[in-house]
Design a protein around this ligand. Sequence first.
Ligand code: HEM
Length: 431
Amino acid sequence: MIAPLDPADPAFARDPYPYYAHLRGQGPAVRVPLANGTHAWLVTGYEATRAVLADPRFSNVPPQGAGRPKGDSRDSPAQRARACLARHMLNTDAPDHTRLRRLTTAAFAPRRVDALRARIEELTAGLLREMELRLRRDGSVDLVDAFAFPLPVLVIGEVLGVPEADRADLRAWTYRVGSPADALEPGAVDEAWTGLHAYFTELIARKRRAPGSDLFSALTQDALPRDPAESGGGLDDGELLAMAFLLLFAGYETTMNLLASASLLLLTHPGELAAAHRDPARWPAVVEETLRHASPLEGTTWRHTTEEVDIGDGVVIPAGASVLAVLAAANRDPRHFPDPDAFRPGRYLAGAGDTRTAPHAAFGHGPHFCLGSRLARLEATIALPRLLAAFPGLRLTADPAQLPYRPGLLVRGPRRVPVTTAPLPARAVSA
Ligand code: HEM
């Protein structure tokens, strides 16, 4: 018997793992009743998750009409903006996806991503100075608001080549479109969508005319390698617009949750924090273990079956079914991760030999494997050691077991991480 799943339930949002462990015990995929009266197939085992994500019979193209507001055929500017976002590459299958992916992969080449290191260091230092001022003034801050949210948005600003003067707008719009509609004044979310849409449209025109050295400029230029057999070659304006939205949302919410969850885990596991301070080579392992233990993307985007699929162990998913690969569950599969609920960065230490764990699935698998994984890892391995070195006396001011989490099945992370610090020396963060 499977209890209905309510993604809005705060207790589930905080700790969905017992529910997923129960599902995993039932088989590689289970048909689950959702609180809204519909059903979906949830895939919770590590092997099955990877198999589904690599199998073209699980399509990423949303069924026609999905996501359209019911009962209103008129498109407001905000709805048009949302429709643009929906055209992105995560919502495509081969061969469309193969073309978009090839063009985008070139812009995300390792040397381009690595070239962002110095800027990420500067942006981190700037936020830490702001955080120091707030800690001196107020005595406490919310780490999500002061650090985990703004840093990824600023970094995406670099990726998109958004001029310094426009960064505050980008930050404000992003904050609003990511907020529940009832948390803001009426119309604010729609206004933010419209603002982002107009801004990105203008940004693309500017980059086409005068490209910069940013990753996004590379996407707007014809110079990218193309297959002469393909019509069209580069990305058209609609595809670029969808890409700008995708990079913003795929890039900031996930990385925000990674930074927030890693900080929380380290503050609640002081032995691991001390070990990372003593041996900086442990930081990449801290990041990997956070990605596994607190997967920032709880589930991938929805798939649907284009035909009946037998996924083993006597489980057959019918054609046309909605399927969710639950990465957070796959990453706690005890068949691949011994003692899966424990936070143990040591399992990802280089040289851990036979005890080294399987690679986690936090960045997905198969053709849609995260394009920004290198950037996310770079950001986290720069930001976390600096944050925790700048404020050695940092501690939580709330019970970690009571912190609210983001609702829903897509992203997972604490909404707030309130902290205070021991009295700061004259200057905690170097200029
Ligand atoms: C901790 C941070 C991140 C996590 C956990 C993460 C996770 C993922 C996952 C699981 C997918 C596949 C989703 C699916 O199959 O439905 C994905 C796709 C994607 N991610 Fe990330 N991501 C992160 C950061 C980023 C960043 C920083 C960027 C870029 C700035 C980015 C850009 C993308 C793009 C463009 C795709 C779509 C790839 C495709 O459809 O081929 N991600 N990400």
